[in-house]
Design a protein around this ligand. Structure first.
Ligand SMILES: Cc1cc2nc3c(=O)[nH]c(=O)nc-3n(C[C@H](O)[C@H](O)[C@H](O)COP(=O)(O)OP(=O)(O)OC[C@H]3O[C@@H](n4cnc5c(N)ncnc54)[C@H](O)[C@@H]3O)c2cc1C
Length: 462
């Protein structure tokens, strides 16, 4: 991995302005890191521009929650877990609809969309931003009024590292009930997982907006045959109490067999810990630790399903899963609020007609020697799934950044080249993003392997 010349860690907003001005003057390319979760490491590694520095926002993490105004100002070095905690500290009946994984940096996360267990009820984190402060390519600090509606539109889903450095987000808080219900139900192939998954595809995007049932599909040793088999875990949040949940589920999704004993009534903040995978009884204060607890290597890809995947195709998918060491597939249901927001309201275009998002993942230990084997496997899986995914374009989630979809070249950002991934991530919003970029950063100061290019094509001038 190419290493930066140095890492600069600002302590105040004005230091970020200074960083932009000095980076231009010294001709050192800049990468911006908030939580550092970029799937292709683009916030701290540059494959195309050298020398480069990293602007690390981790010391800018103030959070000011104003319950009366139903909003909060957040510095972008904060994690989404810290944001959830600070809201909970002020009110147990307010929350924010963003990521499930709590160590995500709010800077990179919201710039690409930010979905979580409340997306069917309230949409994405980016749909709930009301103002922002950014440092532009001239080193100026701009709020929403000063930056204008075009740039404010672009930074809420157009992907990180293209338009400026977000210093602060002002977010709108959402109402959550004092008691919510969570459950996880596991079904293996022997327990009819196929049929249930087939039904899930028809139910989960159309059920009550208060119900979110995500599926995690992995492999496991069967307790019946002892052989490797497929395991589907149905992981849910219901914004209400168990009694109503059981009533809705018995009518809409009896095949899952949800019973009272499977359900846990809890507070919204504890449901955050539950979905993030913390053990029971972990105190919410763990969210303040601000760092990821898991260290692993992985490659991931994404798809959007607009049609139900037939059971026969699921069988082929399982055969492929059983060939890999540590594969995982997530199905995240859409519908609800996601269908009510228009495709062009923000750059995030995967709205009405999307049944669910698919994430393919293969994980390996850091000391693994044969990484190519895992890369080949996930690319084969992606090719196999093409007939069942959205097409023209085959859509992808920009926050699951994937350089297999193409990348900018050294010192040159080509519109034609970038349109290959641009239309996948943003559909027709890509053209508007290019227009905004051309206006606010024509010399392409903020650039990386998949940044939005200015138009007409320009070579980079620092
Ligand atoms: C384990 C894991 C779980 C995840 N779970 C979810 C999930 O539940 N929901 C979901 O929607 N996504 C999820 N993601 C994807 C996540 O949203 C993206 O990786 C996101 O970009 C992470 O933001 P970050 O600040 O942590 O990353 P970074 O690597 O710091 O930044 C990502 C990109 O944004 C840019 N950037 C960072 N900060 C700023 C800023 N202040 N201004 C402008 N640009 C900036 C970076 O330069 C980079 O291009 C997950 C990722 C991982 C690794």
């Amino acid at each position: 991995m190419p290493k930066p010349e140095f890492i600069f860690t600002p302590l105040e907003d004005s230091h970020v302005q200074v960083a932009v001005i000095c980076s231009k003057k010294l001709k050192i390319h800049m990468r911006v890191r908030s939580g550092g979760h970029d799937y292709e490491c683009l916030s701290f590694v540059s494959f195309i521009e050298k020398p480069f520095m990293v602007l690390d926002l981790s010391k800018l993490r103030a959070i000011q929650v104003d319950i009366e105004q139903n909003s909060a100002w957040i510095q972008t070095g904060a994690t989404i877990g810290e944001v959830y905690y600070k809201i909970y500290e002020k009110s147990p009946v307010h929350g924010f609809p963003a990521g499930i994984w709590t160590s995500l940096g709010i800077g990179g996360h919201i710039t690409g969309g930010a979905y979580g267990a409340m997306l069917r009820k309230y949409g994405l984190g980016a749909d709930n931003v009301i103002d922002a402060r950014i440092v532009d390519a001239n080193g100026k600090i701009l709020n929403r009024a000063a930056m204008g509606e075009d740039l404010f539109w672009a930074i809420r889903g157009g992907g990180g590292g293209s338009f400026g450095i977000i210093l602060w987000w002002q977010i709108k808080l959402v109402k959550v009930p004092s008691t919510v219900t969570v459950f996880t139900i596991n079904k293996t192939s022997e327990q009819n997982a196929n049929k249930i998954l087939h039904k899930w595809q028809q139910v989960a995007p159309n059920i009550d907006d208060d119900i979110f049932i995500r599926v995690q599909i992995q492999t496991t040793n069967s307790s019946v045959s002892g052989k490797r088999t497929v395991l589907a875990s149905f992981n849910a949040l219901f914004l209400g109490r168990t009694k109503k949940l059981l009533h809705v589920m018995s009518k809409s999704f009896p095949e899952l067999g949800l019973a009272k004993k499977d359900c846990l009534e809890t507070s919204w903040i504890k449901s955050v810990l539950y979905h993030a995978g913390y053990p029971n009884n972990t105190p919410p204060e763990i969210l303040l630790q601000g760092k990821s607890i898991t260290k692993f290597s992985f490659k991931s890809k994404s798809d959007f399903a607009r049609q139900v995947i037939p059971e026969t195709a699921l069988n082929t998918l399982w055969e492929l899963l059983l060939q890999e060491d540590m594969p995982t597939i997530f199905w995240t249901p859409y519908g609800g609020m996601m269908s009510k927001i228009s495709e062009s309201a923000t750059p995030f275009p995967h709205r009405e007609g999307t049944l669910f998002m698919i994430q393919y993942l293969t994980v390996w230990p850091n000391e693994e020697k044969n990484i190519e084997k895992h890369m080949k496997w996930i690319r084969r899986l992606y090719d196999t799934m093409a007939p069942y995914a959205s097409s023209f374009p085959r859509e992808a989630y920009v926050n699951y950044r994937d350089l297999d979809l193409g990348m900018n070249k050294f010192n040159e950002t080509s519109f034609l080249r970038s349109s290959t991934w641009g239309f996948k991530y943003f559909k027709n919003n890509f053209m508007r993003l290019v227009k905004v970029k051309s206006k606010v950063d024509p010399s392409n100061f903020f650039s990386h392997e998949q940044s939005i290019p200015p138009f007409p094509i320009k070579s980079k001038k620092n």
